[in-house]
Design a protein around this ligand. Structure first.
Ligand code: GNR
Ligand code: NI
Length: 172
């Protein structure tokens, strides 16, 4: 297993639309293992493959609390079904938009159809944090970031700050 660098905005690779996975094989499980290790190290509660530069429709997640057993979830080729009419706001963050948090409204509940770590088809009912996180990760597969839901003013302010930080980091 290996920790891989996480891309940060405005890296153009984060805008790519990820491609469906052909089959869940040993190589894909290795990618998912690396993603999980990278996510735990960050630390974060979810990670899409494109965040480590791999444009494939793969997501890992773990919503377990600090003093709970790890509960990794793996989603291959996920699809959102039946998003609720009811929307809920939640304060989101993103490992690819470091140190910025803001409220985003999304459907409060949905179902997710996906292939699991072993390639078996699963359907999961999601609400609360799980619904927020899966929808945030699904957006990454389409090249969408949570800051895209904010006002242009806010988004541009965040991107400008990130660019400046990257410039300073590169110079040091
Ligand atoms: O670690 C993460 N926390 C988080 C908090 C609120 C809403 C969404 C998230 S996902 C984020 C990790 C990440 O960037 N996944 O793409
Ligand atoms: Ni994110």
């Amino acid at each position: 297993m290996a920790i891989r660098p996480i891309l940060t905005a405005p890296d153009p690779r984060l805008r790519e639309v990820s491609k469906p996975v052909g089959q869940v094989d040993e190589a894909l499980r290795e990618l998912m293992d690396d993603m999980l290790e990278t996510m735990y190290d960050a630390p974060g509660i979810g990670l899409a493959a494109i965040q480590i530069g791999v444009p494939q429709r793969v997501i890992v997640m773990d919503l377990a609390g600090e003093d709970e057993e790890p509960a990794p979830l793996y989603f291959v080729n996920p699809e959102i079904l039946d998003p609720s009419e009811e929307k809920k706001p939640y304060e989101e963050g993103c490992l690819s938009v470091p140190d910025y948090y803001d409220e985003v409204e999304r459907p409060a509940r949905c179902r997710v159809k996906y292939l699991d770590y072993h390639g078996a088809e699963q359907i999961l009912e999601a609400e609360g944090m799980l619904a927020v996180c899966i929808q945030h990760e699904m957006d990454h597969l389409e090249g969408v970031l949570f800051i895209d839901y904010l006002s242009r003013l806010k988004r541009e302010r965040v991107l400008k700050k990130l660019k400046k930080e990257q410039r300073l980091a590169a110079a040091s």
